[in-house]
Design a protein around this ligand. Structure first.
Ligand SMILES: Cc1cc2nc3c(=O)[nH]c(=O)nc-3n(C[C@H](O)[C@H](O)[C@H](O)COP(=O)(O)OP(=O)(O)OC[C@H]3O[C@@H](n4cnc5c(N)ncnc54)[C@H](O)[C@@H]3O)c2cc1C
Length: 428
């Protein structure tokens, strides 16, 4: 594998806020908590701990936000990748209620941080779930009922007649607006959080891949040219961790999703296409998600590749979906096209826990991680500060390896997804 040293080409990298140079780690360091990975999971954990007065060091293999956190759709989506009823059926009512009660916290953390640290990341309120059919509308009504019971009172069903307020397409029969959702420039959020960690005395080293973790009372993160000994070590490499901690990598599957952005559109056209300025994701198993950027580009994502490889023709994959949604964009240029990996678990629920008393991990957000990673970072910080009851709710969820071993797990998962996508298309 070629060694990456900088951001991939994307709209986000091209419009990133300036950041200070952060050199690689050389030599030995000691700190309270060493975090491996500078995505939302790692940054959220490090910032929560730095706010509590811990001396933190973040080790990032490439650049802050190099992974999914600096490449995603920027959608602040509440909830998890599985709905309440599935979670209740699998883990029981107590666990499902406890998980639900925490599920709106991630978005609140983001809004608090943007305000507290004056992070310039184009934060906008409102995320919209769009339904294609009556069954999906019923699922959204159920989601609204369940979330309201958990205290979320800013949810609004839209009928087909109201859809032009949200989006200029005839594809959908209605949907659900979540005013506690929203969207952001994801890389600029990550960079803002990194800056906040440093202002609180934390250190971040880039181009510093951890190659091995030595466990023990004082665990050590071993890098290519140095070592960090800490009281606690938190592994947050997610889909980009590869073999540094093999027993974690075997519990997730790297899955890539793709995004394109159009050329800059006029303010008038952008407003016509999405008048309310919300972000939108549809309710299909293999879903499309899109929004307008601050400079009036359509940012459109969709498609998944099980195995986490980059498809050769991203524009060719996504352009038909764009034209189906907005046929009048036919002659518009696509300025940026990129791919990124998230980590899928077999249960589609996040996987967090302890490898030893002093080595923790967060991974497996299963594609809905902008809010979840921010919540999980807080829970790990709480657990390290001797308040582990909320962390334990997540850590108690059983996690399973993918069936099929290394050879067959990708085709088996792809086959499963195809089955659900087909069922959906046939309406059964
Ligand atoms: C294209 C795409 C679109 C998405 N859209 C959305 C969306 O709109 N809304 C939503 O909620 N979620 C979305 N997601 C998911 C979301 O982006 C992720 O869940 C979240 O960013 C994961 O954060 P993370 O910190 O766990 O992992 P990452 O952001 O991937 O960060 C892991 C970091 O660890 C570093 N690393 C790995 N191994 C090592 C090592 N050995 N040593 C040092 N550093 C290491 C990597 O370089 C990387 O920077 C999307 C994901 C993708 C790929």
């Amino acid at each position: 594998m070629a060694k990456e040293t900088g951001y991939i080409k994307s709209y986000y990298a091209a419009s990133a806020n300036p950041a200070p140079p952060r050199g690689p780690l050389r030599g030995e360091r000691i700190c309270d908590v060493c975090v491996i990975g500078g995505g939302y999971s790692g940054l959220s954990t490090a910032l929560h701990l730095a706010e509590r007065g811990h001396k933190v060091i973040v080790l990032e293999a490439v650049k802050v936000g190099f992974g999914a956190s600096g490449r995603n759709g920027g959608q602040i989506i509440n909830g998890y990748s599985r709905d309440y009823d599935t979670i209740k059926g699998r883990y029981g009512a107590d666990a499902a209620n406890a998980l639900l009660s925490m599920s709106f916290e991630g978005g609140d953390i983001i809004r608090e941080r943007v305000s507290k640290y004056a992070i310039n990341c184009d934060l906008k309120p409102g995320s919209f779930f769009a339904a294609f059919n009556v069954r999906q509308m019923r699922d959204l009504e159920r989601r609204k009922e369940v979330w309201e019971r958990a205290g979320h009172q800013d949810l609004h069903m839209y009928s087909k007649e109201r859809m032009p307020e949200v989006v200029d397409t005839s594809l959908y029969c209605g949907g659900l607006l979540d005013r506690r959702g929203g969207h952001i420039h994801p890389l600029n959020l990550a960079l803002g959080e990194a800056g906040a960690i440093e202002r609180l005395g934390g250190e971040i080293f880039e181009n510093t891949r951890v190659v091995r973790v030595e466990r023990g009372l004082k665990p050590v993160a071993v890098t290519e040219n140095g070592r960090v000994a800490a009281k606690f070590l938190i592994v947050c490499g997610n889909a980009y961790l590869h073999e540094a901690v093999p027993e974690l990598s075997s519990r997730i599957m790297s899955v890539s999703s793709q995004i394109v952005t159009t050329e800059v559109l006029s303010e008038g056209l952008a407003h016509k296409m999405m008048p309310s300025g919300f972000c939108l994701e549809d309710c299909n198993y293999l879903l499309d998600y899109y929004r307008m950027t601050a400079d009036h580009r359509l940012l459109f994502g969709g498609g998944v590749v099980y195995s986490g490889t980059d498809p050769s023709d991203i524009i060719g994959r996504l352009y038909p979906h764009i034209l189906k949604t907005f046929p009048y964009l036919k002659d518009r240029k696509i300025d940026f096209a990129w791919s990124g990996n998230f980590a899928l678990t077999l249960t589609r629920m996040p996987h967090i826990g302890r490898l030893t008393d002093t080595v923790y991990f967060i991974q497996g957000d299963s594609g809905h991680g902008v809010t979840t990673c921010h919540l999980l970072g807080r829970l790990v910080a709480e657990a390290i500060s001797q308040q582990s009851s909320r962390f334990d709710v997540f850590a108690a969820m059983r996690n399973y390896p993918f069936p099929g071993g290394r050879m067959f797990r990708v085709p088996l998962t792809a086959l499963g997804a195809l089955y659900y996508a087909l069922k959906e298309q046939l309406g059964i």
